[in-house]
Design a protein around this ligand. Structure first.
Ligand SMILES: CC(C)(COP(=O)(O)OP(=O)(O)OC[C@H]1O[C@@H](n2cnc3c(N)ncnc32)[C@H](O)[C@@H]1OP(=O)(O)O)[C@@H](O)C(=O)NCCC(=O)NCCS
Length: 159
C-alpha cells in the first residue's frame, strides 16, 4: 500500500503541534522546555510524521547510559522512547511503526545498543505494536504511572 505520510526530524516550529498531539493522545504531558531539551540533545531520535502538511504523530527519545536490559554486563548506551503518539484519525496505517523504525535508526547514530520503553500494561495497541517490532517484555514496574497503573518495560537489541 502506498504510504500517505512522510517522516522528518522535529523542528522547533513543530512544538505547538507536537504538544497538541501529546495532549490529545496521552495523559502524560510535558512542558515546552522538556520537548525542546530533548530535541536539542537528541535531534536524530525526535521524529514527526506529516500528512497533507499537518503533523499526525511524533516520537521523542533520550539516549541514556545504563545496565543492559538483557543482562550483558557493563554499562551501555540505550535509546529510551519517552513519548510516542499518533492522532486518532491517522491510526492503523503504519505511522507508529515507521516512527519507531526511524527513531531506532537515530538511536544507532548515537551508538545506542538497545531500545527500551515503558507502556501501560492495559495499552493493548502499544504492547502489540512494540511486540510486532520485536520488543520483549523485560519486567513490570508496579504503580509506575501517576494513577497507579503498572508499566511493562519492553526492550530490543539494536543492530
Ligand atoms: C499506540 C499508537 C502509537 C499506535 O499508532 P498506529 O500508527 O495506529 O500504529 P501502527 O499503524 O503503526 O500499528 C502497527 C501495529 O501495532 C499494533 N496495533 C496498533 N494499534 C492497535 C490497536 N488499536 N489494537 C491492537 N493492535 C494495534 C498492530 O499489530 C499493528 O499492525 P497491523 O495494523 O498490521 O495489525 C496509537 O494507537 C496511539 O497514539 N495511541 C495513544 C498513545 C499511546 O498509547 N502511545 C504509546 C504509549 S507507550
Amino acid at each position: 500500500m502506498q504510504e500517505t505520510f512522510k517522516l522528518r526530524k522535529f523542528e522547533p516550529d513543530d512544538l505547538q503541534d507536537v504538544m497538541h498531539i501529546n495532549r490529545v493522545c496521552l495523559p502524560e504531558n510535558y512542558t515546552d522546555m522538556f520537548f525542546m531539551d530533548l530535541h536539542e540533545r537528541f535531534p536524530e531520535a525526535f521524529i514527526v510524521a506529516e500528512e497533507d502538511h499537518e503533523l499526525i504523530g511524533y516520537i521523542m527519545s533520550r539516549i541514556e547510559v545504563g545496565l543492559s536490559n538483557f543482562g550483558l554486563g557493563g554499562l551501555i548506551r540505550k535509546g529510551h522512547v519517552v513519548s510516542i503518539a499518533v492522532m486518532p484519525q491517522a491510526r492503523r496505517k503504519g505511522v507508529a511503526r515507521a516512527l519507531i523504525n526511524a527513531a531506532m535508526e537515530g538511536m544507532c547514530n548515537y551508538k545506542a545498543k538497545q531500545i527500551y520503553l515503558e507502556v501501560r500494561v492495559t495499552n493493548e495497541a502499544g504492547v502489540n505494536l512494540y511486540k510486532k517490532l520485536g520488543l520483549e517484555v523485560m519486567r513490570t514496574i508496579s504503580g509506575y504511572y501517576s494513577d497507579g497503573e503498572d508499566a511493562f518495560v519492553m526492550s530490543k537489541k539494536l543492530a
